[in-house]
Write a protein that binds this ligand. Structure first.
Ligand SMILES: [Zn+2]
Length: 216
């Protein structure tokens, strides 16, 4: 099996050495401090795996600032103690319990392939996602309750609304974790819902007073 693992392509090797000679060497004291003192991120961000979502860029964040978990369509499953492998729940538990982050941000985005896939699946246009062998389909099932809330909207509007529902469903599910609820209720941590428009660069946040997303 191990012989199937290959060395990095030269372009990536070259780009790494470029980073080491510039960004790293200009900030080596900072990196050493991070290594010695450990991480103390103030926020956890749950965002999509999509390569266009670049949360550290849009907030100008440095190493050590954000504890980031990425998955398809930035979804958080509900609290479930079933002995299965819950990567997202494990990351949330570590951020809240061990790192004691002050903010937990769920970041959705426009043109999300995962959300579009959920829409196709829920409208009966993606039977492959409904197969028992599809990890993606099983994962996107988490968003079905969100689909139910937007299913009557016209297609294009529905997909954008479903991208925002992916944020809301995740925030609702986060509140089913006892340690999240107690961190929120004690004032240790605040929850935030964001949606980033890739093309325009705009960022919207959920405002509980208007029950909608508004430009930041
Ligand atoms: Zn996405």
């Amino acid at each position: 099996m191990r012989e199937r693992v290959k060395l990095l392509p030269p372009t990536l090797v070259q780009r790494f050495h470029g980073w080491k000679a510039t960004t790293y060497s200009e900030n080596s004291v900072w990196y050493k401090k991070l290594a010695d003192e450990g991480q103390r991120p103030r926020a956890m961000v749950i965002s999509c795996c999509d390569s266009r979502v670049h949360v550290t860029s849009i907030f100008g964040a440095d190493s050590g600032e954000f504890f980031i978990h990425r998955n398809i369509a930035n979804l958080v499953p509900p609290y479930e103690l079933d002995g299965e492998h819950h990567g997202t729940s494990a990351a949330v538990e570590y951020a809240v319990q061990a790192l004691k982050v002050s903010h937990l941000i769920v970041l959705g985005h426009s043109k999300c392939g995962g959300v579009a896939g959920c829409n196709s699946m829920c409208t009966g246009h993606a039977p492959e996602l409904e197969e028992k062998t599809s990890f993606v389909g099983a994962w996107l099932n988490l968003l079905r309750p969100g689909f139910e809330r937007v299913k009557d909207l016209p297609e294009e509007e529905r997909i954008t609304a479903l991208e925002k529902e992916a944020v809301m469903v995740s925030l609702e599910n986060l509140m089913t974790f006892p340690f999240v609820t107690s961190a929120v209720e004690s004032g240790q941590m605040t929850l935030h819902g964001l949606w980033h428009d890739i093309g325009s660069g705009n960022l919207c946040q959920y405002n509980p007073n208007t029950n909608g997303f508004e430009n930041v």
